[in-house]
Design a protein around this ligand. Structure first.
Ligand code: ZN
Length: 173
């Protein structure tokens, strides 16, 4: 497994619509391993392939935060939201591509998602609470959308300017 470099906003690669994965190959399985490793190392609870510069429809997540509970690493290939609740839930979101910035985002409180698993089989599950927020946040990434795109323009521009400054500083270091 290899730790991958996480792209930081703003980056044109984070704005692209990712392409579906045609088949679960060894390469796809390796990518999933790398993404999980990179996500746990960050640490984060979700990571989408575009965040490591791979414009393909795959995401990983594990929203178990209790250190005494067993982890639940999930790999979702070509995920689609097939149902969403009318009820919304507001969560203070963050993103590994926008470190140290957090903002409240309202999203459907529950969603049903269908995806292809690493075994090539179609899976379906209903997510709620943090899992629902996380899976929607990550699917947004596959469509070139960031959580700050849900915010008012002024707030989004402020965060983007701070990120540009951070990237300039990192480039100089
Ligand atoms: Zn994110």
């Amino acid at each position: 497994m290899t730790l991958r470099n996480i792209l930081l906003h703003p980056d044109p690669r984070l704005k692209k619509v990712a392409t579906p994965i045609a088949a679960v190959t060894d390469e796809v399985r390796r990518l999933a391993d790398d993404m999980l490793e990179t996500m746990y190392d960050a640490p984060g609870i979700g990571l989408a392939a575009p965040q490591i510069g791979v414009t393909e429809r795959m995401l990983v997540m594990d929203c178990i935060k209790d250190e005494n509970a067993s982890p639940r690493p999930m790999v979702l290939i070509n995920p689609e939201i097939t149902w969403e609740s009318e009820a919304l839930n507001v969560y203070e979101e963050g993103c590994l591509s926008i470190p140290e910035h957090y903002a409240e985002v309202a999203r459907p409180a529950e969603v049903e998602v269908t995806w292809t698993g690493l075994d090539g089989k179609i899976q379906r599950e209903r997510f709620d609470a943090l899992w629902a927020t996380c899976v929607q946040h990550e699917i947004d990434h596959l469509n070139g959308r960031l959580f700050i795109d849900h915010l008012k323009p002024l707030r989004r521009q402020m965060i983007t300017r701070k990120m540009q400054k951070l990237k300039r500083e990192l480039a100089r270091a």
